[in-house]
Design a protein around this ligand. Structure first.
Ligand SMILES: Nc1nc2c(ncn2[C@@H]2O[C@H](COP(=O)(O)OP(=O)(O)OP(=O)(O)O)[C@@H](O)[C@H]2O)c(=O)[nH]1
Ligand SMILES: [Mg+2]
Length: 281
């Protein structure tokens, strides 16, 4: 899905944004209050289990995890499942694994539940950690050794560390888009794709070239998709009907297309991976 930079013609010489304006956004509002309740429930269930299987998104392997797991890591055997690997750019998988090892996470399994890829690695990993003397109550998932799964609803951290982390979580579809703002989120997606030189969106929407201006991209997307609306504009000489692009609809399509993997795999934590030194193995 990666296009050579020069192949884009018009994009040659374009300077992509170095940063995304993060100020003035109330990230606390993006994450619903019922999460705290879910967390409490999960905490009480921890007593019942022999092993924690934490499922996180492989597109953000190094950020946005719930700190609860970090607090309980020393107490319970723990497997980190990084799912949706089909949507993640894992060219630097070894570096990611080393980074996680540096944080004390030794049991990491990358999975794709749609294709069943690596899913069968989970039970042997758990068995290796707890032996076969598990004591669960419902949701048997394995006969030999007898193993039960206690599922919980997904819960986000009660406090999101930074706006950028919030935007990454939102891109992965963990919060309602309208709370962040579909156009803001689409802009963060465009910023990320351009910085990573992932120009699949140009080809997907048949755009003239890569572009870092979200209004211009959404306008072209809206026209391509026929998502335009007639708006009456009052002028001195009377009402005039003008065709206006439906920016929110275009933003929604851009986000959905990305989440379906049609714009190519992405590593949203590339910045974290580049920034922090990897601990010596
Ligand atoms: N592309 C892709 N999609 C996946 C994968 N695994 C699950 N999904 C999709 O992700 C969505 C959420 O899946 P769920 O199984 O409901 O996730 P969950 O973590 O149990 O969600 P909650 O219980 O609501 O927290 C569904 O649309 C799945 O089809 C995967 O490996 N790759
Ligand atoms: Mg679920």
């Amino acid at each position: 899905m990666r296009l050579a930079f020069r192949a884009l013609g018009g994009a040659a010489g374009v300077a992509w944004r170095e940063s995304f304006p993060l100020g003035g956004r109330d990230v606390a509002r993006w994450f619903p209050g019922h999460m705290a309740k879910g967390l409490k429930k999960m905490q009480s269930s921890l007593k019942l289990v022999d092993c924690i299987i934490e499922v996180h998104d492989a597109r953000i392997p190094l950020s946005g995890r719930n700190p609860l797991f970090q607090e309980t890591l020393g107490l319970k055997p723990h497997v980190l499942v990084l799912n949706k690997m089909d949507l993640a750019d894992l060219k630097e998988q070894q570096k990611i694994i080393q980074h996680l090892e540096g944080e004390g996470l030794k049991n990491v399994v990358f999975t794709n539940c749609l294709q069943g890829e690596n899913v069968k690695q989970i039970i042997p990993t758990v068995t290796g950690l707890v032996g076969s003397s598990c004591r669960y109550h419902r949701g048997e998932v394995c006969e030999r050794p007898l193993m039960f799964l206690l599922d919980t609803p997904g819960v986000l951290a009660p406090r999101i560390e930074s706006v950028e982390m919030g935007l990454k979580l939102a891109l992965c579809g963990t919060v309602l888009d309208h709370l962040v703002g579909e156009e803001t989120l689409a802009d963060y997606l465009l910023y990320t794709l351009n910085r990573h030189q992932l120009f699949g969106y140009v080809r997907h929407y048949g755009l003239g070239g890569a572009c870092d201006d979200i209004a211009s991209v959404l306008k072209q997307v809206a026209v391509r998709l026929g998502k335009t609306q007639k708006v009456k504009v009052l002028t001195g000489t009377g009402d005039v009907n003008v065709i206006q692009p439906n920016y929110p609809a275009a933003a929604r399509d851009f986000l959905q297309t990305f989440r379906r993997g049609l714009l190519g795999p992405v590593m949203l934590d590339r910045d974290v991976l580049q920034r922090s030194p990897v601990a010596e193995p």
